[in-house]
Design a protein around this ligand. Structure first.
Ligand code: GDP
Ligand code: MN
Length: 376
């Protein structure tokens, strides 16, 4: 699960890494108030789970509270690489002397973490890494050994970072380990003209498998992804939030996984994995539909069922009865095949719903759902 910058910032702060004072809002009016509290001049930053915000116009300096309101109004609702900006963070501006890059990322192949660091951080880091790889230090870190301060010094030296960054490297490792992250990245880590080392931007990916031991991961830290998954878990559903726009519901994990692939092959991206299992009762179908429909990213829903022990007419019944309790707000494409498919299809036809359409093949139905999602 990826965190927003403001959430990453909180984790850094919790582990003693200096960050600029900042507050988050979804309202331009409140942005003005926040700017006033922060001293007038602020940096207004789009909160989206993607990089390159600066280049996309999602990071702007505002000279006073009135400008902060105007800038927040411009940035809120902006589309950055397919992500709609729902919130902005307003941060106290920092007098930057130099920008560095540091990250720890899991290297699955090597069974270790990799520390990546460069004295040439900032918005051009990709170009630096591609054009002059020697300017980017890559040092393996053994997870069992952890990050000793000797190893942190080695990383700072290899990258040409000033000695004050060693302490930050150690604390950042604490963030990775204590918070169960798979990735922590600070770009830029800056040295201010006053000589302080500050994390100006952060990217953190938490390891979803650690949820059971991270009681702290409330809705605040996880955003609505976590809220959806929590709602699904409370209903006993096998649901995983993904980052696409086609909601997927199917019976059987294997079928659902191949459904994700087929949706992807049709040029759209699945919004979730949801296996309703063998029973597919009206209740389970209603629970599943309500979770999938409450995902704001979902533009269409694809229900893909292969009738086995549970016959298609029973599943169709479940869908019809679910639609009596769940208000359908997005188009639903249903593919029924297998045991009693013809009777199942007839049931859905009898209860013609304006937003429900049937397609008999998996490929055809996926293509239809993808088309509805991408033209919506
Ligand atoms: P990204 O483009 O999504 O990585 O967004 P960043 O938060 O990294 O911001 C992009 C760039 O904006 C940084 O590399 C900085 O050069 C600049 N920037 C961000 N915050 C500040 C700030 O407080 N003061 C100044 N002077 N520049 C900033
Ligand atoms: Mn950045």
């Amino acid at each position: 699960m990826d965190l927003y910058e403001h959430q990453a910032r909180e984790l850094f702060e919790r582990h003693g890494i200096l960050v600029p004072r900042a507050e988050v809002t979804d309202s331009p009016k409140e942005a003005r108030e926040i700017a006033r509290r922060l001293g007038g001049r602020v940096v207004v930053k789009a909160q989206v789970k993607t990089g390159g915000r600066g280049k996309a116009g999602g990071v702007k300096l505002a000279a006073d509270p009135a400008a902060a309101e105007l800038t927040a109004r411009q940035i809120l609702g902006m589309d950055i690489k397919g992500h709609t900006v729902g919130k902005v963070m307003l941060a106290q501006p920092v007098d930057i002397e130099s920008e560095f890059y540091v990250s720890y990322v899991l290297d699955r192949a090597a069974g270790r973490f990799l520390a990546i660091a460069s004295a040439e951080g900032g918005m051009e880091i990709e170009e630096v890494a591609a054009g002059r790889p020697e300017a980017v230090a890559r040092i393996p870190v053994d997870p069992a050994e952890g990050l000793t301060s000797a190893r942190a010094t080695e990383i700072a030296d290899a990258a040409g970072l000033p000695p004050q960054t060693v302490d930050v490297l150690v604390r950042l490792w604490e963030v990775l380990v204590r918070e169960d992250a798979l990735l922590v990245e600070v770009n830029p880590l800056v040295r201010t003209r006053q000589g302080q080392i500050l994390a100006l931007d952060g990217k953190v990916t938490l390891d979803d498998n650690a949820r059971f031991r991270q009681a702290r991961w409330g809705a605040g830290e996880t955003g609505y992804d976590g809220a959806l998954e929590a709602a699904a878990a409370a209903k006993g559903l096998n649901y995983v939030k993904l980052d696409g726009e086609v909601g997927v519901i199917g019976n059987g994990a294997g079928l659902v996984m191949s459904t994700l692939d087929v949706v992807d092959g049709c040029g759209a991206r699945p919004a979730n994995f949801l296996d309703i299992g063998g029973g597919a009762s009206a209740q389970v179908m209603a629970d599943g539909l309500s979770v999938v429909l409450s995902d704001p990213d979902v533009k269409s829903v694809f229900v893909n069922v292969f009738g086995g022990i549970t016959a298609c007419d029973a599943v169709a019944d479940g869908i019809v009865r679910a639609l009596e309790t769940v208000r359908l707000t997005k188009p639903l494409v249903v593919r029924l095949d297998g045991n009693n498919a013809a009777r199942g299809r007839a049931v859905l036809e009898e209860h013609a719903h304006p937003l429900v359409q049937q397609v008999t093949t998996m490929d055809g139905a996926a293509a239809r759902a993808a088309e509805l999602a991408t033209t919506a």
